[in-house]
Design a protein around this ligand. Structure first.
Ligand code: NAP
Length: 247
C-alpha cells in the first residue's frame, strides 16, 4: 500500500505543486481545499496520471471538525506518512493602525489555529508515542516571518512567525517519536495569493526586487517541501529552509 500524504490547500498554487511532485514521487495524496472544487479536482486528475491514488476533500482548516474529517478521509486511503501544512491566507494591504480585530482573528484562525490543529491530527497518527509509524511534517511559513511585511500585512507576517515557532517547538516535542518537522519559508512566489489580498500586480512589481531578480515559482517551493518530506532529509528536523531568491 502506498504511503499517504495529506496536503492542506492543495487545489492551487504551492499546495497544488506539492501534490504534483509528491504524486510523481509515488505518494498517494489527499488534498484539501476551501472552495475551489473544480481546481481541486483538476489537481487530483493530474496526480492520478502518475498511477497513484488521489482525493480532494473540502475542509476549511479554520474549522476543527473539517480538519478532523479531512484526516479521516486520508486514513481511508492507507497509512498516513506525511503532512504538508500549507493552507494560508493574506488580507488586503493595511498598516497596523488600520487593522480591525475581526481581520486579524480571521487570519490567525486559518494560518495559526488551522496549522496547530492540523499538526495535532498529524502527530496523533504519525507519532510512535500514539502507536504510529513515524513520518514527516512540513509547515509552509513565509519570508514575511523575518521581514515583518511593513505597510502590507504585519498581521500575516506575525502569523507566519507563529508557524516558525510551532515548527521549532513541535520538532523537539516529537523528535524521539519518529516524526520530523520542518519549515519552508517562501519569498514572493507567482500564485493567486497576491490577487486574493487585493494586489494582483504584486509578483510583477516586487519579484524583480529579490536579489536573484525575479519571483519564484510554486514548483521551486514544492521541490524544497518534497525533499524535506523524503528520507533524503532524514537528519533534518526543526530546520527552516528559505526559498526566497535571497530575500
Ligand atoms: P493560493 O494560491 O492563494 O492557494 C491557497 C490554497 O489554500 C488554495 O488551495 C486554497 O483553497 C487553500 N485555502 C485557503 N484558505 C483555506 C482554508 N481556510 N482552509 C483550507 N484551505 C484553504 O496560495 P499560495 O501562494 O499557494 O500559498 C500557499 C502557502 O504559502 C500559504 O500558507 C502562504 O501563506 C504561503 N506563502 C505564499 C507566498 C507567495 O508569494 N505566494 C509566499 C510566502 C508564503 P481554494 O482553492 O479552495 O481557495
Amino acid at each position: 500500500m502506498m504511503a499517504v500524504l495529506l496536503v492542506t490547500g492543495g487545489s492551487r498554487g504551492i499546495g497544488a505543486a506539492v501534490v504534483a511532485r509528491a504524486a510523481a514521487a509515488g505518494w498517494a495524496v489527499c488534498l484539501t481545499y476551501r472552495g475551489e472544487a473544480e481546481a481541486a479536482q483538476e489537481v487530483v486528475t493530474a496526480a492520478r496520471e502518475h498511477g497513484v491514488d488521489a482525493k480532494a476533500v473540502r475542509a476549511d482548516v479554520a474549522v476543527e471538525a473539517d480538519v478532523e474529517a479531512a484526516f479521516a478521509a486520508a486514513d481511508a486511503m492507507g497509512p498516513l506518512a506525511g503532512v504538508v501544512v500549507n493552507a494560508g491566507v493574506v488580507a488586503p494591504k493595511a498598516r497596523v493602525d488600520a487593522m480591525s480585530a475581526e481581520r486579524v482573528s480571521g487570519m490567525l484562525a486559518v494560518n495559526v489555529v488551522g496549522a496547530v490543529v492540523t499538526c495535532r491530527e498529524a502527530v496523533r497518527r504519525l507519532s510512535t508515542g500514539h502507536g504510529g509509524p513515524g513520518g514527516s511534517i512540513v509547515l509552509v511559513s513565509s519570508a514575511a516571518a523575518r521581514l515583518g511585511s511593513p505597510g502590507e500585512y504585519v498581521d500575516y507576517a506575525a502569523s507566519k512567525a507563529a508557524v516558525d515557532t510551532l515548527g521549532a517547538g513541535l520538532a523537539k516535542e516529537v523528535a524521539g517519536e519518529g516524526v520530523r518537522v520542518n519549515v519552508v519559508r517562501p519569498g514572493i512566489i507567482d500564485t493567486e495569493l497576491h490577487a486574493s489580498g487585493g494586489q494582483p500586480d504584486r509578483v510583477e512589481r516586487l519579484g524583480p526586487s529579490a536579489p536573484v531578480g525575479r519571483a519564484g515559482t510554486a514548483d521551486e517551493v514544492a521541490a524544497a517541501v518534497t525533499w524535506l518530506l523524503s528520507d533524503e532529509a532524514s537528519y533534518c528536523t526543526g530546520s527552516v529552509l528559505d526559498v526566497a531568491g535571497g530575500r
